[in-house]
Design a protein around this ligand. Structure first.
Ligand code: ADP
Ligand code: MG
Length: 622
């Protein structure tokens, strides 16, 4: 049997399609990666001198055309003219690396991303053994194809003309490559960011992208300013103060530099790199010019960072790692171990573990649970330090009163079983047949890994429930806490509420809505502040701090009582059929808890009564 190999009928279409799925700065990563690989090959082959990669203006091009074009130069192994023909004008080519593979090089990097974004031209100048030649890739709009452009020379057209030695960049001795990005038109200035963000886009992107950079390597970026008119017209000498090179260190080195403590926790399937920062605002500001910030979560794979999460998602993940207070002080980057089958998607922007996207497969929950058990003392100290500021009930008197009140309605805390037709069962005598299993009350534990809702009972309803798959909670362990959650009041002024946390919302359960045992309540929330204002006006026009303390105490006590009651009772609705864990998530989300805090009539009545009785006995109020 023989096989006639499949051909690509429309490469340009395929290339455009693939490029459309990559983020705008992907070309920077791909060209940097090609340079890193070229240097590694050169060093492995015996020339161990320092590797240099420079993102710079192509000053020669500027001199010839008057246009600023971005370029990248490396002193790697370089290419011969034949190699350029072989490697650069074909997609998914093996190249000099010989490492094509699902988890390694795809061979669809720079050509897909950089060529698509530089359809006017992507010029490769490469030196091998001191001999330089060049090619120009572009999109031929007349023909509708991508490919090599011919250079029309006096003795006829050439695809890979020799380059004069005077144009060899200073970085390159005998081997190396320079790639120039001509953009999408003659006058397209490719030194500007593709998405109109600041002029430090290259340093920011590269620092964020690379977790570690190889040793014996200098990755540099030319610093440019916003205003093109101020830019130099020829390469500035190394001694000038402005427009010089900045060296990229990678995000690990950046965090290491500013953190007050750092370390790595070894988890079963990953290393968790963590950093604690003393002053999140100040440290974030200092790191911002290089794209760094605190309260961040990332995933590291093959020394690159793939997933960049910032608040509010990062805060939620950090909470699941046990960092319930002080998330602003922390950064955690997860580096999966070799035992996991990890790979990147074709666009190199997502991480796939065992065939599933990291976030969709809830890996953060798995890592977080283990991290909580192995919490580094430095992070623990930071959490405790901030949590201590929320303490206003040291002897637990308020909580005692709240629990005592709940005790008075304890029969109401456990809802009756759900029945489809309550009328019918009311008329029937004795036990209703085939009630749902596991009525609320005790801690319910269930591995629902087989999918489907809760099982139990023998009625036909339950049988049907077995066939139903409640979406999205296949592997979720259902653990309903029967303990009253504790409420911590947070505010910006106390330093217990972080910027953007619970913004204009009243309260939230920290961690899982079914089992989380801590609730954060927001003192800065409008509904709370209005209530405070209402009572201050009526009971404390003189602004007596002692009376003010009483007002706060009573308001919080009554609101806290409502929150705790709502959470307890809603949790107890869980039955896996009419109330699944995802229903509970919705019923107890921060917006829902805000609704609870907005029912203020009874709170007002109660607080009024307490204050009136205090004020009639002034000695107690003081
Ligand atoms: N800067 C460079 N220096 C030396 N060789 C290079 C350079 N860039 C690309 N090459 C060669 O071209 C081949 C194709 O590159 P590859 O990374 O596979 O695809 P892409 O160009 O799409 O990123 C490489 O294997 C390498 O041999
Ligand atoms: Mg590549």
């Amino acid at each position: 049997m023989t096989t006639r190999a499949m051909q690509v009928a429309n490469i340009a279409f395929l290339l455009d399609r693939l490029a459309a799925d990559t983020p705008p700065n992907q070309q920077i990563r791909e060209l940097t990666e090609n340079a890193l690989e070229a240097i590694e090959r050169r060093q492995k082959a015996g020339d161990a001198s320092e590797g240099v990669i420079r993102w710079d203006v192509d000053w020669d091009n500027l001199k010839r055309t008057g246009e600023y074009k971005l370029s990248i130069t490396d002193n790697g192994d370089g290419m011969t003219s034949q190699q350029m023909l072989d490697y650069l004008n074909a997609l998914a080519v093996q190249g000099a690396n010989q490492t094509q593979g699902i988890s390694q090089n795809f061979g669809v990097g720079a050509k897909i991303t950089a060529l698509h974004r530089n359809s006017h031209g992507l010029v490769y100048q490469s030196w091998h053994d001191g001999k330089g030649s060049m090619v120009k890739l572009h999109r031929d709009d007349k023909e509708g194809v991508y490919g090599l452009a011919s250079f029309e020379l006096s003795d006829g057209p050439d695809w890979t003309p020799r380059i004069k030695d005077t144009f060899k960049p200073s970085v390159i001795d005998r081997n190396g490559t320079k790639v120039t990005l001509l953009g999408i038109s003659e006058e397209n200035n490719t030194c500007f960011p593709p998405e109109g963000r600041g002029m430090n886009w290259l340093i920011t992107y590269l620092t964020n992208r690379y977790f570690r950079l190889p040793e014996n390597l200098r990755l540099q970026v030319r610093v440019l300013t916003q205003n093109e008119e101020d830019w130099p017209s020829e390469e500035p000498s190394a001694s000038t103060k402005t427009f010089n090179f900045q060296t990229v260190a990678g995000s690990k080195a950046l965090f290491d530099q500013y953190a007050e403590a750092k370390g790595t926790v070894s988890l079963a399937t990953a290393d968790a790199h963590w950093w604690v920062f003393a002053d999140p605002k100040e440290d974030s500001k200092k790191m911002s010019t290089r794209g760094g910030r605190t309260c961040k979560v990332g995933i590291v794979f093959q020394d690159e960072v793939y997933v960049h999460l910032t608040p509010p998602i990062a805060r939620r993940i950090l909470a699941s790692f046990g960092i319930v207070f002080g998330a602003d002080h922390v950064v955690i980057y997860i580096e999966p171990k070799k035992s996991l089958e990890v790979r990147a998607d074709t666009a190199r922007s997502r991480i796939i573990i065992n065939g599933e996207d990291v976030q969709e497969a809830n890996w953060f929950e798995v890592w977080g649970a283990e991290f909580r058990e192995k919490m580094p003392p430095e992070i623990k100290a930071k959490i405790d330090e901030i949590m201590a500021k929320t303490e206003r009930d040291p002897d637990g008197k308020t909580r005692e009163r709240i629990l005592e009140r709940l005790q008075r309605i304890r029969d109401l805390l456990k809802p009756t079983r759900y029945r489809r037709d309550p009328q019918g069962t009311l008329r029937a005598a004795g036990e209703a047949p085939g009630g749902a299993s596991g009525s609320a009350g005790d801690t319910q534990r269930e591995g629902t890994s087989t999918g489907g809702g809760r099982r139990g009972g023998t009625s036909s309803d339950d049988y049907l429930a077995d066939l139903v798959e409640s979406d999205g909670e296949l592997a979720r362990q259902v653990v309903v806490s029967t303990k009253e959650p504790s409420v911590k009041w947070i505010s910006r002024a106390d330093g217990t509420r972080e910027e953007g946390e619970l913004e204009d919302l009243a309260a939230e359960i920290v961690g899982d809505s079914l089992s989380g045992d801590m609730v954060k309540a927001n003192r800065d929330f409008r509904g709370y502040r209005d209530l405070l204002g209402f009572f201050s006006k009526e009971f404390n026009p003189g602004g007596d701090p002692a009376i003010n303390r009483k007002i706060v105490e009573y308001i919080e006590e009554w609101m806290e009582g409502q929150l705790v009651e709502a959470i307890m009772t809603v949790r107890n609705l869980t039955n896996g059929r009419t109330w699944t864990p995802s229903d509970i998530d919705r019923a107890l989300c921060s917006h829902a808890l805000t609704t609870v805090m907005m029912t203020r009539f009874h709170v007002v009545e109660r607080v009024k009564r307490s204050l009136s009785s205090d004020i009639s006995k002034p000695s107690k109020a003081a």
